[in-house]
Design a protein around this ligand. Structure first.
Ligand SMILES: *[C@@H]1O[C@H](CO)[C@@H](O)[C@H](O)[C@H]1NC(C)=O
Ligand SMILES: *[C@@H]1O[C@H](CO)[C@@H](O)[C@H](O)[C@H]1NC(C)=O
Length: 416
């Protein structure tokens, strides 16, 4: 008995000792390398994960408490634990006194009621410097309820459905380990954001869902997108005017319309896209691979310094495409021609691109007669035909108004 007791005491003491050591080392760890965290759990501000109650106000309450909390040592964490959280629509607007982390572990569900569809945002973040969104959760746009209301192909005055996540004027942001499914419109939109890192995201919607782009970027600089899977009904990634220094790598795209620059030349103002680097990406069964699309007439605009390299295409319909006559919808868009210039394209490199094309014309670079594409580099390309037309054996290329240099081996040949 005595020896058993002393064993317990000894073991308890050791346990206490090791706990104490752990506490000391944990404390040391916090002070030396990990920022202090202050948790704002949405359940404490009244959120209800029953999948029915609208949690917009409870989320705002948690966010604004975090946003106002001065945390000199580190981060304020808005915690959305596991559970099904219905959210009608909500915008989180800074500026905040400290950097904010959203730890999204549960599922956010968008409304299925048409009366709540037509806003430009489902979940928005604005004017925040230092934002991390992580946690492995899912946002479910419940798009299937809304896609039948999208009539933008026929109706120039169509009301647009909301993007699932919208970032406006967010700097030094990071979005990681997030899944977005069935967005009503675009999954993620970045406007006027600088230094933003998107990694390990999975964005999916059916290939026939309208306008469900994966990531749409405009007026933003220093954006990185990596290690992600995007399969949707529109562009996997679209870079529109003001996109600058965008680095995209290790992205799997498909289904969808590919990774696109443009369309440019939509507005009565100068537009540009520059410094785009798309590397180590794979396209599977997409309508396009890498694409630059511009309207036939526009204000003087440009696309410059673009590189597409290390790309694998599997059964892609238009693997490499520049289309300066891009007009997706009906002619109504062109009733008033702007007629003021055009979009100039220069310094574009297509390098180390292999795989298969389901259309005969695997390389189609159609630039404008007024402003031919300048300094296009094309090299180490190998694209085989896998379409269903029996008498076609090999891919071909079609290039119009393109100036530049070929290098290495190019199949299909004959472009430059
Ligand atoms: C390139 O892509 C492959 C396949 O997606 C991936 O395994 C690899 O880590 C990527 N390399 C880099 C440097 O991103
Ligand atoms: C394109 O890159 C070149 C070389 O790095 C640079 O000199 C030029 O300014 C860039 N063009 C634009 C429009 O940024």
């Amino acid at each position: 008995m005595a020896s058993f007791l002393s064993f317990v005491v000894l073991a308890g003491g050791l346990f206490f000792l090791s706990l104490h050591m752990f506490a000391v080392s944990a404390q040391f760890y916090v002070e030396s390398s990990s920022p202090a965290k202050k948790i704002f759990n949405v359940l404490s501000s009244g959120a209800n994960p029953d999948g029915k109650t609208d949690n917009s106000e409870a989320f705002k309450k948690a966010f604004y408490a975090a946003c106002q909390w001065i945390n000199l040592k580190g981060q304020n964490v808005v915690l959305i634990p596991s559970g099904n959280f219905m959210v009608n629509h909500v915008s989180f607007v800074g500026p905040c006194k400290s950097p904010i982390v959203f730890s999204l572990q549960g599922v956010l569900k968008a409304p299925s009621n048409p009366a709540l569809f037509f806003s430009d945002t489902w979940i928005g973040f604005r004017y925040i410097n230092g934002l991390v969104i992580e946690g492995g959760g899912t946002i479910d746009g419940q798009g299937a309820f809304a896609w039948p209301y999208n009539d933008c192909k026929r109706n120039p005055k169509c009301k647009t459905l909301p993007a699932s996540l919208r970032f406006d004027f967010v700097n030094n942001g990071k979005l990681q380990n997030l899944r977005s499914i069935n967005s009503k419109n675009v999954h993620l939109t970045l406007f006027a954001c600088h230094n933003f890192d998107i990694t390990n995201v999975k964005l999916t919607a059916p290939n026939d869902s309208p306008n469900t782009d994966g990531i749409k970027i405009g007026a933003s600089t220093n954006i990185k997108i990596s290690h992600s899977i995007i399969g949707t009904g529109d562009d996997c990634i679209a870079m529109i005017s003001g996109s600058e220094n965008i680095d995209i790598f290790d992205v799997l795209c498909g289904p969808g319309h590919g990774i696109s620059i443009g369309s440019l030349g939509n507005n009565i103002e100068k537009e540009f896209v520059k410094g785009i680097n798309v590397r180590n990406c794979t396209f599977i069964s997409t309508q396009n691979g890498v694409r630059i699309k511009t309207r036939p007439s526009s204000f003087p605009s440009f696309v410059s310094n673009v590189s597409f390299s290390g790309i694998t295409m599997k059964d892609v319909n238009n693997p490499l495409i520049i289309d300066q006559q891009y007009s997706p919808n009906a002619e109504w868009f062109y009733q008033e021609k702007l007629n003021a210039g055009g979009v100039m394209i220069n310094n574009v490199k297509f390098e180390d691109i292999r795989g298969t094309s389901t259309s005969e014309i695997a390389i189609k670079l159609h630039c404008s007669a007024e402003f031919p594409c300048q300094n296009v580099k094309l090299g180490n390309i190998n694209l085989a035909y896998t379409g269903s037309t029996r008498n076609i054996k090999q891919t071909t290329s079609s290039c119009v108004n393109v100036k530049g240099q070929p290098f290495g081996r190019i199949q299909p040949p004959g472009c430059l």
